[in-house]
Design a protein around this ligand. Sequence first.
Ligand code: ARG
Length: 588
Amino acid sequence: MKKLLDLISEEMEKGFEKAGYAKELGRVTLSNRPDLCEYQCNGAMAGAKQYKKAPIAIAGDVAAVLADSAVFSEVDAVAPGFLNLKVKERFLRDYLQEMQEHEKFGLELPVKSKKVVLDYGGANIAKSLHVGHLRPAIIGESIKRILRYCGQEVIGDVHLGDWGLQMGLVITELKERQPDLVYFDESYTGEYPAEAPFTIGELEEIYPTASKRSKEDADYKAKAMEVTYKMQNGVRGYEALFGHIRRVSIEDLKKNYAGLNVEFDLWKGESDVNGLIPSMVDYMKREGYAHESEGALVVDVKEETDNKEIPPCMVLKSDGAALYNTTDLATIMDRMENIEPDEIIYVTDKRQELYFEQIFRCARKTKLVKPETELVWLGHGTMNGRDGKPFKTRDGGVKRLENLIGETNEEMYRKITENREMPEEEARETARLIGLAAIKYGDLSNQASKDYVFDMEKFSSFEGDTGPYILYTIVRIKSILNKYKEQGGSLDGLKVQDAGSESEKALMMQLGAFQATIEGACAEIAPHKICAYIYDLANAFNKFYHETRILAEENEEKKAGLIALLVLTKDILETCIDMLGFSAPERM
Ligand code: ARG
């Protein structure tokens, strides 16, 4: 379906043409004076010079030819030359009826879908998820859902950090504690146990302990580095332990991400491309892309047009070890070979900007990607505490994600049970749904690249620009629809009718903007646009709701039309929050 604003513009363009002016002048925008009109066109002002005519005269000509338009109920030429517009109720009704009938409310899908690898989440093995992992998970998941809704094929990959010193640290600490484990017996040639010699709880304690010790004790750190090297170079016992760490961690990560409605298609990690590194390095050397610099292997990536220093991209360290860059480049190679995406999108902390600039340039220069493969990096800002500094626990530590979510749910549980009686189980589940909406909307309603303050009090409020407010609106609609059904009404085949009031018309215009909003959010990879849209939509709905008798309406036909509008509003709100990665309870 064409976009509502495009249809309106087309009508205005025809008007300009008919009145003898250039069609291009007829572009219509939403009114910035909603008290005066619904839409506006400033084309007469723009055309004054070209036609050597007063803008108001041009506007008058256009208004005259549009007097019997099927789209506009009002075309007002006002000084100095604006065209103030109102659309016909019937035109709007027809548009919404078409939306009701079409799949995805008439959203136009691309003829050929793009294949996109979305690299987000970025959790690290052996470490528990902390608040720093919240943003890439929430934003990435929403992007995945938006792009999919818009017809693209998206493959989400968590790209685990599983190839560094942290693994060596865990194994070293384990060896200190349990030196007799079979994994440390280098002469052992048999099978290793299937069961890991630690639980996730133990693992979560072992890593921070080891990390702390390595900072205080140089010998310990040297041991951990040696263990890391051995683990990465085929020492069986260490490899087996690495497998255990990975499995135990992934199981726990899956659980935590699932609690956030975050799901990955691929659980690949840095370690998965280890085998590709030697051939990639050979290739880069052979083709003359990489050269040695102070013992390390690097690819120069600076360009003449740079106005800041872009250091070379390091492919191997001077001791021959692979690093973060190496695995990212090898992962690109792997994705190109096995997935052949048209585009790869990365969602990471914005402090990795220079890093991804180097990686992308290096991947292009060394032809790891095709010239037409798009590489996109989306850097997100930091989630700060109320003091404006990166979010911390009360004692200054890094807050675990589980705790943050738990506290949010507690707060929501308190709020719900304060207001009404609800069976314990339902109250807990409802609190979880609202808590998730509070956290996700609080995050996504900000432009991803900006920092924001995590303010529980604000995010959990049922009023204002918050997730719970959106859910509250949906729940309100659900409850009216249930009552309508209880009264014997059916929701099947209902059709939207001509607006009977200003607030109803405003709601209808807002619904009509769905397609443009989603297209924009998809093209710009911008979930915050959907948040802004549903906030306006919820406001428009609530205004309409307060001013309109719905269930008490005596004219049954009119009532059915109002119910149809409610159904459409609910469906669109629910579709949007699904793209944001949360959902609404039945009541709250
Ligand atoms: N594991 C990394 C970190 O914790 C994030 C990974 C981001 N993705 C990537 N392809 N480098 O910083």
